[in-house]
Write a protein that binds this ligand. Structure first.
Ligand code: NDP
Ligand SMILES: N[C@@H](CC=O)C(=O)O
Length: 372
């Protein structure tokens, strides 16, 4: 039986769902001759690690306990009885990485929403480990970090960073490696903003709809990452970099749905959710009504061309492909030499813990040939 040792960073909505998928797929994976051996799981202030990382694992009872504690809002420290500083967590991860990276191999799976993991992941690559990401932040950090992470392309998978479980990165990689030049990508790449925009058409207030999107697991931990366009911008940057564009986040044009007075450094998240959001209801409803009077709808659109990479609201005919989108669905059109008049279109659920974790799991299985 092939064993894939892995360490999971981040045990929130996506990370927990991944652990549940791993446990529930045990017999399927056994039939395929593979076992995912979870050697460690961490959150922001603790790490659970197998007592014998070379041969052992955190067993399924332990993983279930971790999921239960985290879904009750507890820290992993309550399971490990051991709170750690961020630095201690990092050192321990690097210790495991150095033990396993060049022997059994190790997949380091980032399901956190932190920008701090970029530093660990850059080191992990040097130890021969594979990297699997749902977290977009490491791939949208500096070009130096990006280049390091993708320096061994067979060892990195990040399908869930764009379009959740949709096969966007895989499709694009196939087009690129066949030498077919991509000259335009356009689409709706935010499950949250897709859901919000289509729900607003039914007359519901913006503040309520955003709150529901958060409860459905579509939003980032702070929904301002979605509403400010930053989450879509990160996806756009990941795609643009995949196409070879040497861009950084600050070079993108990004439209925000909230004003600077409500940015995270000024307004705490609780204040934004309770008091900030309702102040935005009237304006956005006004924009929806104006668009609707012309037979149009609003969609938050991502556009990547040779010299343009931008994200923002567009008014579109309600019976256009993007205008017809409903709920958290994403839609991406890829134009290239082979897909010229008629683009390659990828559409489906673009957010949610289940589909995102499924994408991460498929990525882990996809690198199995790299393990002995
Ligand atoms: N939900 C979705 O539809 C999709 C999500 N993603 C991405 O998946 C990632 C996870 O999202 P989600 O599960 O909703 O987020 P959550 O906020 O629910 O979970 C984040 C987890 O990361 C942990 N964490 C924070 N900082 C660190 C750190 N430095 N090292 C290790 N762990 C850390 C948190 O710990 P603690 O519990 O202690 O706070 C928490 O367990 C995000 O990057 C998101 O962009 C991608 C595609 C779709
Ligand atoms: N918050 C994101 C989740 C997936 O990346 C979204 O709404 O699309």
């Amino acid at each position: 039986m092939k064993k894939i040792p892995l360490i999971l960073m981040g045990c929130g909505g996506v990370g927990r769902q991944l652990l549940q998928h791993i446990v529930s797929c045990r017999s399927l994976h056994a039939k395929q001759g593979v076992r995912l051996r979870v050697v460690g799981v961490c959150d922001s202030n603790s790490l659970i690690v197998a007592s014998d990382v070379i041969n052992g694992e955190v067993d399924d009872v332990g993983l279930t306990q971790v999921c239960k504690a985290k879904s009750n809002g507890a820290s992993l420290a309550t399971v490990s009885s051991h709170a750690m500083s961020g630095q201690e967590v990092t050192s321990k991860i690097i210790e495991v990485v150095s033990l396993l990276g060049n022997s059994t191999g190790l997949a380091v799976v980032d399901c956190s929403a932190s920008s701090e993991t970029a530093g660990i992941l850059s080191q992990v690559v040097d130890f021969g480990c594979c990297v699997v990401l749902a977290n977009k932040k490491p791939l949208t950090a500096s070009l130096e970090v990006y280049d390091k992470l993708v320096s061994l392309p067979r060892r990195i998978r990040h399908e869930s960073t764009v379009g959740a479980g949709l096969p966007v990165i895989a499709a694009l990689n196939r087009i690129i490696s066949s030498g077919d030049p991509v000259h335009r990508i356009v689409g709706s790449l935010s499950g949250t903003l897709g859901y919000v925009m289509s729900e607003l058409q039914t007359g519901k207030p913006f503040s309520k709809v955003v709150t529901v999107a958060k409860s459905l697991g579509y939003t980032e931990p702070d929904p301002r990452d979605d509403l400010g366009g930053m989450d879509v911008a990160r996806k756009a940057l990941i795609l643009a970099r995949l196409l070879g564009h040497r861009l950084t986040l600050d070079s993108l044009k990004i439209e925000s749905l909230y004003p600077v007075e409500m940015r995270p450094s000024v307004m705490p998240i609780e204040d934004f959710l309770v008091n900030g959001l309702p102040q935005l209801d009237a304006d956005i409803q006004d924009r929806i009504t104006k668009a609707s009077s012309k037979g149009n709808v609003l969609r938050y659109v991502c556009l990547i061309e040779k010299t343009r990479c931008e994200v923002g609201i567009q008014e579109l005919p309600k019976d256009s492909p993007l205008g017809r989108l409903r709920g958290s669905d994403n839609l991406l059109e890829i134009y290239s030499r082979c897909y010229n008049e008629q683009p390659l279109v990828i559409q489906g659920a673009g957010a949610g813990n289940d589909t995102t974790a499924a994408g991460v799991l498929a990525d882990i299985l996809d690198i199995q040939d790299l393990f002995p």
